[in-house]
Design a protein around this ligand. Structure first.
Ligand code: AHM
Ligand code: MG
Length: 300
């Protein structure tokens, strides 16, 4: 059976990149154990103005400590931190973006959540997604799964507790043209283009699937196809989800699986981020559906 380390080496990843991905991947057991004691909300808000859960801050502090001590990352931007963190001890030029725990409003319901990571090689964290060197996410479901792309397709691995390594689960994942969708936002605040998109789905036999965890909702696309969307709203035209920590890493992975990501008008992977906590409306999933959505937007 292929394990994560051998897969990354077989792709020609430099040893420091292999070490960095494996280092973060290994933290998932520690993070999983911390759920039991960190079930509630904090009284603090994150830089996007959202209430933090105990696990948001726990996972954030833990990963910052581990990454900072590793000497493998020069610059780190986290969804839970107001500013970009720079590590002077780094022997590499890797710049990392992360959502330490995505979907955290679901912790109290025990639904699936996970960690999202993107890695650039030099150039800082404010770069378009097309420049990513690697991206991966983990998902805590019945299995602890890790889905990774180093620009050579998408593979998924599952944590093997007994042998303490990640075993290959699916290789060369290709996203099918499914017929399901999940949409965020309040219907009363959807922009007119989004209403047309949803009407198109409803008139064409699409099924609804929405959990409230971006990482989990995107993960199911790799099996069933379809799309996930969090549109802009009349109140927040730039949407809710973060360009750096959510849209870019997941967009990179879904694109590597043959899908696409758009804000309705442009490929999100081509957007040059202007600030760390920038948000974007987004549609992510099967290629044909995204093309249809862009058609609806351009004719509106
Ligand atoms: P989080 O990173 O704090 O969990 O926030 C992002 C989450 C996404 O995982 C999810 O898709 C979205 O927010 C759900 O928002 P809503 O509760 O408005 O449906
Ligand atoms: Mg998130």
């Amino acid at each position: 059976m292929l394990i994560l380390r051998r897969y990354l080496e077989s792709c020609g990843c430099e040893p420091d990149l292999v070490e960095l991905i494996r280092l973060i991947a290994r933290q998932m057991e520690t993070i999983r154990k911390a759920f039991l004691e960190n079930q509630t909300f904090e009284r603090t808000l994150n830089p996007s103005g959202e209430l933090q859960t105990q696990m948001d801050t726990w996972a954030d502090e833990h990963l910052i400590k581990v990454v900072g001590n590793s000497g493998l990352v020069r610059e780190l931007a986290s969804e839970e931190q107001p500013d970009i963190i720079r590590f002077d001890n780094s022997r590499t030029d890797y710049c990392m973006v992360m959502d330490p725990l995505d979907g955290s409003s679901l912790i109290s319901t025990n639904l699936a959540v996970g960690t999202i990571v993107g890695i650039y090689e030099g150039g800082g964290v404010l770069q378009p997604g097309s420049k990513l060197r690697a991206a991966f996410y983990t998902l805590f479901g019945p299995l602890t799964v890790l889905v990774v792309s180093v620009g050579k397709g998408v593979q998924s691995f599952a944590w093997d507790q007994e042998n303490e390594h990640y075993l290959l689960l699916r290789t060369c994942i290709s996203i099918p043209e499914g017929k399901q969708y999940g949409t965020g936002g309040l219907k009363m605040e959807w922009p007119p283009e989004h209403i047309k998109v949803i009407d198109y789905f409803d008139q064409n036999g699409f099924k609804i699937r929405y959990s409230g965890s971006f990482v989990a909702d995107c993960h199911q696309l790799l099996t069933y196809g379809g799309i996930y969307t969090y549109p802009g709203s009349t109140k927040n035209p730039e949407g809710k989800l973060r360009l750096l920590f959510e849209a870019i890493p997941l967009g990179f992975i879904i694109t590597q699986a043959g899908g696409r990501i758009t804000d309705g008008k442009r490929n999100i992977l081509e957007i040059v981020p202007e600030k760390q906590h920038q948000t974007t409306p987004l549609y992510i999933g099967s290629k044909g559906i995204i093309e249809k959505i862009e058609e609806i937007y351009s004719s509106s």
